[in-house]
Design a protein around this ligand. Structure first.
Ligand code: G6P
Ligand code: MG
Length: 212
């Protein structure tokens, strides 16, 4: 049925979604902005600057220039990267690693489709930098999820038609991106609550039940 699978990274392959939360939380606390995990769920799949704009909905300080915003997002990224540098291959569950290899053994092409500009760093930290057949990330897109661009590019890099690709997502914005790109979508974590998904995963290896 499917020829390729496109995986979101943060919150699907590994739990860098929690590190995003920790880094934004540190910045928001410093700026006196209320921030919690529910607001963080709205940032899933969304670019760095768009995420900051959502956080700023509760900001009550002086108006910020674009340069200020860039400075704050860079500060958040530095906090985030310190957490990334501590990651090792142990930060990927055996359920994920075993499933990835099983999917590859079935002859499927596997890609990453992530809005993150830190994708390559994360893949290196967790020992998967040479594993995927294609990587489409925050560095090759002009619009982040829910725009389908990141997944369309991933399908193109794999050389597979969108309708033959399955996307795996934890973000509601990512589910919308997949569907509007004419791809089926398996939802895990936060996205498993969505009524729009094609398949619901309670764990990563549930994928094996849906791919043939
Ligand atoms: C992923 C995450 C988002 C994050 C975005 C940009 O899509 O789900 O929470 O904001 O990537 O990440 P970056 O690492 O470039 O700041
Ligand atoms: Mg995600």
């Amino acid at each position: 049925k499917y020829e390729g699978i496109i995986f979101d990274l943060d919150g699907v392959i590994c739990h860098t979604d929690y590190y995003h939360y920790l880094a934004w939380k540190e910045l928001a606390d410093k700026m006196g902005i209320y921030f919690d995990e529910e607001i963080n769920n709205r940032l899933r799949g969304i670019s760095r600057m768009e995420s900051f704009e959502i956080i700023l909905e509760r900001y009550q300080g002086e108006a910020l220039s674009y340069e200020d915003k860039v400075k704050y997002t860079e500060e958040k990224n530095e906090i985030y990267k310190k957490l990334l540098y501590k990651m090792t291959p142990n930060d990927v569950s055996s359920d994920v690693v075993e499933t990835l290899h099983a999917l590859r053994n079935l002859g499927l092409k596997l890609a990453i489709g992530s809005s993150s500009k830190n994708t390559k760093l994360i893949l290196k930290q967790i020992g998967l930098e040479n594993f995927f057949d294609a990587i489409s990330d925050g560095n090759n897109i002009t619009k982040s999820k829910p725009d389908p661009e990141v997944f369309q590019k991933a399908a193109e890099y794999l050389g597979i038609l969108p309708e033959h690709c399955l996307v795996v997502e934890d973000a509601v914005s990512g589910v919308e991106a997949a569907l509007s790109g004419n791809m089926d979508c398996a939802g895990i974590g936060e996205a498993a609550k969505s009524s729009r998904i094609t398949y619901r995963l309670s764990k990563f290896s549930d994928l094996m039940d849906f791919i043939q």
